[in-house]
Ligand binder design. Structure first.
Ligand code: ADP
Ligand code: MN
Length: 236
């Protein structure tokens, strides 16, 4: 759908609430996006759409202020020194969460990791690189055809090591749903909840991420003993 005015956006009021409509409209006015395409994913907390930005295709993730699990969001934000004084309302938390995902993706990208490049954000909307080809998003790892699981497992272990040691982040919600596989690479996505290693729960999150990775890969290839995997990632 081409967007020329707010009325056009209101056609989709079923999916976009008032805050989202305004944020989208602002993005169109600033030239950050020019059209909204089909839905890529509808989740409990966020919807992801294909969109046009200049000649490129991008993915826009819209956090829903109404249904977001903002108690969980608060817990993750609370231990993070990057996010003090953000305000207390539901909207404040969701906006901070969007900013947090943007900044996490940026840190991961700067560390050289395969993540969608974050482009811009506003309020509850994050615009990022679209991972896919010909408008088809890369599949989630859980349904992807993986030619050599041992190689992909090793590359993900190395990604987690770089994420911890260079980007200084723990993903915190790693699973075969939050890894896309395409173009011969495994991509980490959905980084809103990622925290820094000085977060009080960072080690617990890291252990859970590694357990998830091992659970998925253990029927497919040899995996590392958990304690060894923890050592490899943290370097301790
Ligand atoms: P959530 O799980 O909170 O709903 P995600 O960030 O995991 O949000 O996105 C949901 C789904 O949308 C992903 O599993 C993936 O299939 C798709 N998706 C998300 N970001 C992109 C992207 N940049 N490019 C292509 N597909 C994406
Ligand atoms: Mn997800």
């Amino acid at each position: 759908m081409r967007i020329k005015d707010l009325d056009q956006l209101k056609v989709r009021e079923d999916v976009f609430d008032e805050i989202t409509l305004l944020a989208l409209y602002k993005m169109v006015n600033k030239g950050w996006i020019s059209a909204i395409g089909g839905s890529i994913s509808t989740g409990k907390e966020a919807n992801v759409f294909l969109a046009d930005r200049k000649e490129e295709q991008v993915a826009i993730k819209i956090y829903m202020t109404r249904t977001a699990n903002f108690q969980k969001m608060q817990n993750y934000i609370a231990g993070d020194r990057r996010f003090i004084n953000i305000g207390k309302t539901r909207r404040d938390i969701v906006f901070a969460w969007t900013r947090k995902e943007f900044s996490n993706l940026k840190r991961a990208l700067e560390a050289g990791l395969a993540v969608p490049k974050p482009l811009v954000f506003d309020r509850n909307i994050l615009v990022m690189e679209f991972l896919g080809e010909d408008e088809i998003p890369y599949p989630q790892l859980r349904v992807a055809k993986i030619p050599d699981p041992a190689v992909v497992y090793a590359s993900l272990m190395e990604s987690l090591r770089i994420l911890w040691q260079t980007a200084k982040l723990v993903h915190g919600d790693l699973s075969e749903y939050n890894i896309l596989y395409g173009g011969g690479k495994a991509w980490l996505i959905d980084m809103g909840q990622a925290v820094t290693p000085d977060h009080p729960h960072s080690i617990i999150f890291l252990r859970r991420d590694l357990e998830q990775l091992n659970r998925f890969f253990s029927p497919l290839c040899e995996t590392m003993v958990l304690i060894e995997a923890m050592r490899q990632v943290t370097g301790i």
